[in-house]
Design a protein around this ligand. Structure first.
Ligand SMILES: Nc1ncnc2c1ncn2[C@@H]1O[C@H](COP(=O)(O)OP(=O)(O)OP(=O)(O)O)[C@@H](O)[C@H]1O
Ligand SMILES: [Mg+2]
Length: 396
């Protein structure tokens, strides 16, 4: 597999149409790792912008005649629209220090993750879109970005609270007791994605895929149709976990380890180019790890994988009543970009449902517990219906 490189150039010696990039002596060792067909994005430090894109066309060579930058990498340059770096910083995973992002651009050349590279490449390539024309206004582009930065849930009322949906490329923790509606919320989110062309993966730990398909159909959501079209994959973990053979095409082989799970999720995401991933549920996952420390590491790795693969994901967890912990392992909430708590309570003789957005990065929301229903078309949140109840009436 090819590698993806990040090259920091001075404005004066960079030619966007050039056939080679030059380096000083001290980068020699890194240069030997660059191979034909690797891709390179160029950043101009003086202008703070991404300004070049090239595919490596041969092994690195030494040009004696160039006293300043004698080490050369031959490339084929692509036509690009330069993009100010700060437009992309928030979404790039290799920029870990978002406030002092420029410290990441001190080195001359280094490898970056594929997902980051693709994001920069998508922005750089001239694609004829009105908002992307050279010299086009950033304002309209910003608007487009604003919209594309959201992954709509399709849930009436919730998208309203969340300014259009979950922040794209984030993982959201949905937590609550048994029967709170977590799985239905996940299905609703997944279906919305499929409707707008975002493929999905559902890792089902508790429910058999057949039950899921049936349950979804009651809301008019035909999962098998999308499965047939190669847009949705349901991975059966429930049968294998209970020691029974599964007839599903996608299933987790037992006993699964952290590595096999991460690998499987990664493979499927790449196979169908998924943008939405559901892991339902995490506690079930935890049963197969020996120590809590291992589970924590697993959650971190999974989360990193989901973030770097450009997916918006929901991980469900169990609220443990009374302990004050939102989730079973007490760590998920720290690594998730968003948390939604789903509850049931009793009002006179009736059981009712309520939902609270406890955390959502990049979103202004009011911390309010609002009512929701499970209706014919899935989840319906009632943002105007603020719910107060005596904790004694909390049912789950
Ligand atoms: N078609 C439907 N119409 C209305 N309500 C439904 C429908 N199907 C399920 N429900 C309600 O949704 C609840 C189950 O929701 P869901 O399976 O999403 O819960 P969950 O939080 O995932 O639970 P668990 O922790 O057990 O997995 C049921 O208790 C039922 O009351
Ligand atoms: Mg469930």
């Amino acid at each position: 597999m090819g590698k993806y490189w990040f090259y920091v150039a001075e404005a004066e010696n960079f030619d966007p149409k050039g056939k080679s990039l030059g380096f000083k002596d001290r980068w020699k060792d890194t240069l030997t790792k660059i191979k034909e067909k690797d891709e390179i994005v160029t950043y101009i430090s003086k202008k703070s912008e991404f300004a070049g894109l090239g595919v490596v066309t041969g092994a690195y060579n030494f040009d004696r005649s160039d006293k300043n930058l004698p080490h050369k990498i031959s490339i084929k340059s692509l036509e690009v629209d330069p993009v100010p770096a700060k437009e992309l910083i928030p979404r790039l995973s290799f920029i870990t220090n978002k406030d002092r992002w420029y410290v990441h651009f001190n080195k001359s050349i280094y490898e970056i993750p594929k997902a980051d590279f693709q994001m920069i490449r998508d922005e750089l390539l001239v694609d004829g879109d009105l908002t992307r024309r050279p010299g086009g206004e950033w304002k309209s582009k910003k608007l487009k970005e604003e919209l594309s930065r959201r992954a709509p849930t399709g849930i009436k009322g919730l998208d309203e609270i969340l300014e259009g949906g979950f922040p794209s490329n984030s993982s959201i923790l949905v937590t609550g007791g048994p029967g709170a509606g977590k799985t239905i919320l996940c299905l609703h989110f997944l279906i919305k994605g499929l409707e707008i062309g975002e493929n999905g993966v559902f890792i089902s730990m508790d429910e058999r895929p057949d039950d899921l398909r049936k349950e979804a159909l009651k809301f008019g959501w035909d999962l098998s149709k999308y499965e047939g079209e190669g847009k949705l994959v349901i991975v059966d973990v429930s049968y294998p976990r209970s020691g029974l053979p599964s007839k599903e095409r996608y299933q987790m082989e037992m006993p699964f380890t952290l590595d096999t799970v991460v690998r499987k999720v990664y493979e499927i995401i790449s196979e169908i180019n998924a943008r939405r991933v559901i892991i339902d549920s995490l506690p079930a996952f935890g049963l197969h790890f020996d120590s809590e420390a291992e589970v924590r590491i697993a959650i971190h790795r999974l989360n990193n994988l989901l973030l770097s693969s450009n997916c918006t994901s929901i991980i469900t967890s169990e609220m443990t009543g009374g302990t004050g912990l939102i989730s079973r392992f007490g760590v998920e909430e720290f690594i998730s970009r968003g948390i939604i708590l789903m509850e049931m309570y009793r009002e006179k003789k009736e059981f009712k449902r309520a939902l609270t957005v406890l955390k959502m990065r990049e979103t202004n929301y009011e911390l309010r517990r609002v009512g929701f229903r499970i209706g014919k078309e899935g989840i319906e949140v009632q943002p105007q219906k603020v719910v107060f109840y005596d904790e004694a009436y909390r049912f789950i």
